[in-house]
Design a binder for this molecule. Sequence first.
Ligand code: MTE
Ligand code: LUZ
Ligand code: MOS
Length: 754
Amino acid sequence: MKNIDSNGHVTGRSIYLDDIPVQQGTLFALPYDAPSAHAHIKKLDVSKAAAVPGVVRILTYADVTGENQIGGIIPDEPLFAGKEIHFWGMPVALIIATSEDIAIQARKLITIELEELPVITDPREARAKGELIIPPRTFRLGDPGKVWTECAHVFEGRADTNGQEHLYIETQGAYAYPTEHGSIRISSSTQGPTAVQRTIARVLGVAMHKVEVDVTRLGGGFGGKEDQASAWAALVALAAYVLKKPVKLAMHRMDDMRMTGKRHPYSSDFKIGLSKDLKILAYEATFHQNAGAAADLSPAVMERTLFHATNSYFVPNVEVTAYCCRTHLPPNTAFRGFGGPQGMFVIESAIAKAAQALGVLPREIQQRNLLKEGSTFSYGQIADRVLADQAWEHADKSFKFDALQKEVDAFNTKSTSHVKGMAIMPICFGISFTNTPMNHARALVHVYQDGSVGVSTGGVEMGQGLNTKMVQVAAEVFSIDPSRVKLESTNTTRVANTSPSAASATADLNGKALEIGCTAILERIKEKASRMLNAKPEAITIVNEQVLNNGKVTDLDWKKLIHACHWDRVNLSESGHYATPEIHFDKTKEKGHPFAYHVYGTAAVLVTVDRLRGTYVVDAVKLVHDFGKRMNTAVDIGQIEGGLVQGLGWMTMEEIVYNDKGKLLSNALSTYKVPDIHSVPKEITIEALPTDGHPLAIRRSKAVGEPPLMYGIGVYFAIQNAVKAANPNYALRFDAPFTPEKVLMGLYGQMERR
Ligand code: MTE
Ligand code: LUZ
Ligand code: MOS
């Protein structure tokens, strides 16, 4: 089935926040943000701005009718700066004007007097100064301390990854209007409608039932709108509530880049111990997570780093510790992979370092240590239905790693202008919110009397194809044509108390709830059919809109049956609720079974580096992925391609730069390079691992949103292997992104020192 949105997207008919027709009298909001990363506010003067004709009001923290607080996990994040500024880009005031242009003009007239305070941008410095958002956490298995002496080889090192700008095509935004009885209705570009509802209720000082949040779709979220859509929605809602007028904000790109948090940069230390036959006996790592100025989702992201610290390997002795370091950057937040990629980069670095020193290919170490059925993860979950070896072996058989390596080596002996590199990247990613209580969802199904179906779930469509999968679920359960099913917008009054659409689990959680809802209706209408046909309810089936009795066609079809049900007062609506079974986690012991299942895969990455320029192209990424029993091939392939390219962008070219005062320098698309069509691998081959899927996955089709991003990590190591081949004196560095500048230094820098 095609993505139900593809037509609308390519013809420009799909509705995003900024496409919602504005109501008469709508005002436009614009945040005025802090021009410093850490300071006391001595004086804020908005008088000149307020005097501009068309400026209706300028709101500050003093105007908040409820609590000036938006922190989700920890209440440490003011909506508006009060007396103190914590990051460059922190909202200080909100200008509300009759037009956007007027608000932009007025913003230039606001002045602020500051007493500057010391700025920390580096997580290690924050740790040294005791600036931790939560106490450090450690996951432990066995005891590395006891086995270092038994290891034939021990290597230590440091590995850093930079942040990543979400660069959703649709920027943050919200549009609120007051309704009766002091209520607010708001459209928000959010992955978390309930988070927006809860935050607005808190900021306004009203009950959640006064706030209705509606989401049609997002032009991308990638984690950036899991938590961080709430601030903008709360600002706009406050303005609408105070002024009793519709108020809209659609952020400008540079404002969005400056004011919002990004993927967490990490700076980490590792120590790895191997036996003579290359078994990893022990692994230690210390992760310094650059959380930014407030907790946001950092504690949860940090937790997933620990969960994925050993990627797809079994290591019998593990001790990994993570620090959630408070700096004066905008609070960093969820980004596809949610801390997992940062953890996986470090162990891949450790393996690369060991391989280099031992004169073996990294893949010899990788393959020898893949997870086995029954292996224990450091967090206590026993690996079952493990596909690490299968994915690796399938990829090796299809793509012939040895032959690929030989081609690379042969090329490198011949070419004087270019050099090739290859790397293998296996992945293992856990599916479920690591915070067990978040793993539930609801769906609301209406079968209308004409046989058409309306479906609401708590899931948000952000380009990942969720709505298409939800249509498929309803159509498959009822056995009706998908054209009969309409996906409604995501709305907190139809489906309440939702977890954000995140953790790649949206289709699983909401799809299972939807299945439950549809199945309940199906049982009732089959019962009615059995009465109409004088048959047993068990004998009734519906196949392709035909009612069958004992497998035999009757003259009853879907439309006739539904019509009859309605006039016989059968309830044609249902709300389904699903909570993932089996999962649990005990944070006091750091042990449990947090994931419903894991997703596996293996990618072979081939690159060509220009020896003179340091530029590179990704020649091919050939991968075998564990889709389970795939329910929508086109959607899932799209997720693999998008995730892969987003991952390689993070690893190679996307370089976020703050100066030491905490000001974002890579603040526009002229200074922040994201993958374009030329950066896309020249060849992407995707093979599905043949399996019968997992029962906890929707229709046995495994979650696919985040895992493929981590194939992109392989590109870093493929480039590194090319640089190694060109420059025998190159000392490995693990410092992503591997920009062409760094590649050039790697090709020649260390040679000069000889
Ligand atoms: N794909 C598109 N096109 N746009 C997005 O914003 N977000 C990613 C992934 N794929 C995203 C995307 C992230 S971060 C997650 S968690 C999942 O989709 C969320 O959707 P799912 O749970 O339905 O996989
Ligand atoms: N969000 C969250 C996530 O709150 N918990 C998670 O475990 C998670 N994992 C991936 C992406 N978002
Ligand atoms: Mo995705 S980082 O869970 O929004």
